[in-house]
Design a protein around this ligand. Sequence first.
Ligand SMILES: Nc1nc2c(ncn2[C@@H]2O[C@H](COP(=O)(O)OP(=O)(O)OP(=O)(O)O)[C@@H](O)[C@H]2O)c(=O)[nH]1
Ligand SMILES: [Mg+2]
Ligand SMILES: [Zn+2]
Length: 317
Amino acid sequence: MHKEFRAKIYKSGKRRFECKLEASDEIVQAVSMREVLKKNHPVVGDNVRLMLNESGDEIQYEIHEVIERENEVYRRIVRENKKKVIASNVDCLLIVTSISSPPYKPYLIDRYLLRAIEWEIPAIVIFNKMDEFDDQFDPEFERARFESLGARSFFVSSTKPETCPDFNELKDLIQNRVTITLGQSGVGKSKLINALSSGKAKLVSGDLAKGVNKGAHTTTWAEMVDCGDFLIVDSPGIRSLSLQDFDQNELHLYFPDLIDVMESCQFKDCRHEENSKGCAFNELDEDKFENRIILDRLYSYKKIRAEVEAIPEWKKG
Ligand SMILES: Nc1nc2c(ncn2[C@@H]2O[C@H](COP(=O)(O)OP(=O)(O)OP(=O)(O)O)[C@@H](O)[C@H]2O)c(=O)[nH]1
Ligand SMILES: [Mg+2]
Ligand SMILES: [Zn+2]
């Protein structure tokens, strides 16, 4: 006899999956039918149809179908030239960065924000480790950089959340939603989830590798963390975020904050290089705060453009 259930994937493995049953909130282990694995390997966040197979002595839950995904959070594996889905059906991305160590990398955040636009998932930038703040870091500038793109940002300390006014506001914002933390190893993704969950989650976090200011890749699998009123997917640190599949002719569409200046440039097919006299970007008054942001973002755009231009067409698939 077969009984049917709806469930959500909390942890995904090669063939075994941890799922939460929709009707009872019970966590169960399930195996996936081979046809399902071939078509769409289930990932964290997937809603699935399970059957309880009670034939013979064995009683087991089997995944018979992955319900169509609303969205996918993925990265490109350069070596294999394919995409690897990390999670699905998320309402919001928490792009986490540290302002101390590992050092803050604005251009890496820009890359995540490109994907956020592509996936059509709202993104929030989390500046973590504010307890280690020094004036090398300019919060006002960095926040404004992402604001012009429509991404909100929060300044927090995951080790001392009670000291940051932004913390409760962030918590309010993610109520009743499914979010995912993304970012380099060691920026404090797991620690942040523990802090946001008010003690419900006890994820392991790891010290930075000695002397090199790099994370130790403590989290190795994505997993759904139940924080009571909201769900957060903790994900493993990503070393670098490949954008090799982007089309160089469409890249500007992912920089909505630059479009106005780009369109006002009098030169057709302008590459907005520093030495092109009369280019709209070179006419900007650099003393103005907002122009400094635009020029910094232009720098980021040109860096990524050079990178995608160097990728042969056949590798973009
Ligand atoms: N000072 C300070 N340290 C922090 C903060 N948040 C995290 N850390 C420390 O940073 C280190 C890395 O934290 P994790 O939570 O493991 O970082 P992660 O992003 O989950 O790293 P991976 O799982 O490797 O991707 C740990 O030693 C944490 O205690 C913070 O707000 N302030
Ligand atoms: Mg972690
Ligand atoms: Zn120009």
